[in-house]
Ligand binder design. Structure first.
Ligand SMILES: [Ca+2]
Length: 210
């Protein structure tokens, strides 16, 4: 019942917040060691600043540990939502990057999701796989065709976790989330370099022919 109320509250907050679009980029290094302003969580996430290799781990990162569920059956998850961001002005590649560690001693899932309709439906950007201190990139361009806004969501949990021991845990930590539009390279400079190279090749040919 409590969970249902939490979910309904979150949906209500989402709908209210939907009209207050943020401006890209999404740039979060968790330097306040607390839930960032306008982010929402379902379940409690924690914060740490040690034992990782993230570029800004020293100022804090977000982390969640899940203990092995009793009997390994049923399901549960913790969710984390960014605010809504305006993507109407995006014309180039919209890229997501982040650093993360994910380890699990029983069957869990860790999904990176995106919505473009205010949280009514969600597309999976990536089923995150267990890895120790690695980085991740995703091109979001195909998800935002015709969209006005995006919201990113992390969903970490288990469903029918299977066999294991009572002391098993799963852990997901991430940091330095950046969602930004990649600016096209300066074609003027590229053209100039190409022209110089062509000139040098021509000079070389002329010298060789003499
Ligand atoms: Ca950090």
């Amino acid at each position: 019942m409590t969970r249902l109320l939490l979910t309904l509250t979150l949906v209500a907050i989402s709908i209210l917040g939907f009209s207050q679009l943020q401006t890209l980029p999404i740039s979060e290094d968790f330097s306040n060691m607390q839930l960032p302003t306008n982010w929402q969580e379902l379940g409690t996430w924690n914060y740490d600043n040690q034992n990782e290799t993230f570029p800004t781990q020293n100022n804090g990162y977000i982390v969640k540990e899940i203990d092995y569920p009793v009997f390994g059956m049923g399901s549960d998850s913790v969710e984390l939502y960014t605010p809504f961001y305006d993507v109407t002005a995006v014309t180039n590649t919209l890229n997501l990057s982040m650093y993360y560690s994910y380890e699990s001693m029983f069957t869990t899932f860790c999904n990176l999701l995106i919505t473009t309709d205010g949280g009514v439906s969600w597309d999976t950007i990536q089923h995150i796989q267990p890895a120790n201190g690695t980085s991740f990139n995703a091109d979001l361009s195909s998800f935002i065709v015709g969209a006005d806004s995006i919201q990113i969501r992390f969903s970490f949990g288990y469903q029918n976790a299977g066999s294991g021991s009572g002391s098993s845990t799963a852990r997901f930590a991430f940091d330095d989330l950046l969602v930004q539009e990649l600016v096209a390279k300066d074609l003027g400079v590229q053209a100039l370099i190409l022209l110089i190279l062509q000139y040098l090749i021509m000079v070389q040919i002329l010298l060789m022919s003499n």
